[in-house]
Design a protein around this ligand. Structure first.
Ligand code: GTP
Length: 396
């Protein structure tokens, strides 16, 4: 399953974001992994389920479908203990970096309203610059990676030259534990441009910065947009960073709780909700809902929480959703479950990649694939598209 680390200094709303993202009124009881441990839980990305377009009633197994929206599980890791100097082991530094090691990317939550200082203490809104928090996290991660490879750098360079080794393979050996790839190393090296044996500390840091951006991409969630001072700061953050989603984790949590309690009808990510049980709401609750509607949903289009998850998976990690079926006429598995599984795959994946993702044996015995919508055989180098329904034909 895709793993996303949720990071940020204390009091920015990490736990609120985490609770909101992992609270669902879609029936999740059948998932044994809903709460993995206190710091890990299952959240969802959402996409249109093909059931609506095909006029079918689906019976999902690995995901859920509600009103034609497919909820596909991903794992969130709540990474606590980020304080300056984490890379030196301060605070829960090592735990923090260890969590990050496993993640495919991270969502960095900042207090866009500027009301928490660098240690996480509450201050007057608008007094703290959220850009400082972003720079600080980038530095922590960079120095952590530098700590792994920096002290041996000259030795490694000599080894590459003397033994005629490949740069990317030697660097990969050093850094594979933190989830980097050979392609990422080559790309980052090319981005620095100059010859690696001439690099000083500055170039090495530059290389590592590029490498982190490629292998551990970051999405910034500019939280607390319900506080007016956030607006100006969001412009500032967006001027400097391209991957930013304004959000109000608190508003999303309130809406999901109200939906779960049957008070409102609300689809995460949408720009509205409908009150269905007004009698059960008190004046304060109605006024809070009105505030959310006017100051968040109408102004920003959504609370940003679901948008952040979807952007992380579909835009930053570049995933697509493919639906494997065994019976291409009924769009079902062998037991008749229609569109049973929604599989997340990297863009550019081919039918054989899907086969391996379903099961190693199916991958090994792969023969060809059929596009179930068109009922035709597709070539083995066909690049799967988002929403494709595919039958894999394999030897027994
Ligand atoms: N106004 C506003 N407050 C929020 C929002 N999200 C969280 N908060 C508040 O910010 C405070 C801190 O939220 P938490 O979710 O506990 O923050 P955290 O980052 O997990 O903090 P630590 O557990 O200390 O690391 C709480 O009082 C939340 O109610 C938001 O979107 N808007």
């Amino acid at each position: 399953m895709i793993q996303i680390a949720v990071t940020g200094k204390p009091n920015v709303g990490k736990s609120t974001f985490f609770s909101a993202a992992t609270l669902s009124d879609v029936e999740v009881a059948s998932y044994p992994f809903t709460t993995i441990d206190p710091n890990r839980a299952v959240a969802y990305v959402t996409t249109q389920c093909p059931c609506k377009e095909l006029g079918l009633k689906c019976n999902p197994r690995n995901s859920k479908c509600k009103n034609g929206i497919r909820y596909i599980p991903i794992e969130l890791i709540d990474v606590a203990g980020l304080v300056p100097g984490a890379y030196k082991g301060r605070g829960l530094g090592n735990k923090f970096l260890d969590d990050l090691r496993q993640a495919d990317m991270f969502i960095h939550i900042v207090d866009a309203s500027g009301s928490t200082d660098e240690e996480g203490k509450i201050v007057e809104p608008g007094t703290q610059d959220p850009l400082e928090d972003i720079k600080f996290l980038e530095k922590e991660i960079l120095m952590w990676v530098y700590g792994i490879i920096g002290k041996n750098w000259n030795k490694l360079v000599r080894k590459i030259l003397l033994e005629n080794l490949k740069f990317e393979e030697v660097v990969y050996d050093q850094l594979s534990g933190i989830g980097v790839s050979i392609e990422g190393i080559v790309k980052a090296k090319n981005m620095v441009g100059s010859r690696f044996d001439k690099w000083g500390k500055e170039e090495l840091l530059k290389f590592l910065k590029y490498l982190i951006n490629i292998c551990k991409p970051m999405l910034i969630v500019a939280n607390k947009i319900d506080i007016p001072t956030a607006e100006k700061n969001i412009k500032k953050i967006k001027n400097k960073y391209s991957r930013v989603v304004p959000a109000s984790a608190e508003a999303e949590l309130a809406l999901r709780k109200a939906a779960k309690a049957g008070l409102i009808k609300y689809t995460p990510g949408s720009s509205n909700f409908k009150i269905i049980n007004k009698d059960k709401l008190n004046k304060k609750q109605i006024s809070a809902l009105n505030y959310i509607k006017k100051n968040i949903l109408e102004k920003y289009g959504s609370t940003g929480v679901q948008k952040a998850l979807n952007k992380a998976v579909f835009e930053i990690l570049k995933m697509i959703v493919v639906y494997p079926v065994e019976n291409e006429n009924k769009m079902s598995d062998s037991q008749g479950n229609v569109l049973p599984d929604a599989i997340l795959l990297p863009k550019g994946s081919t039918p054989v990649d899907l086969a391996y993702k379903i099961h190693e044996e199916i991958g090994e015995n792969f023969r060809f694939a059929i596009d179930a919508r068109k009922g035709i055989k597709i070539s083995n180098d066909y690049k799967l598209k988002n929403g494709d329904i595919i039958k894999i034909v394999h030897t027994a």
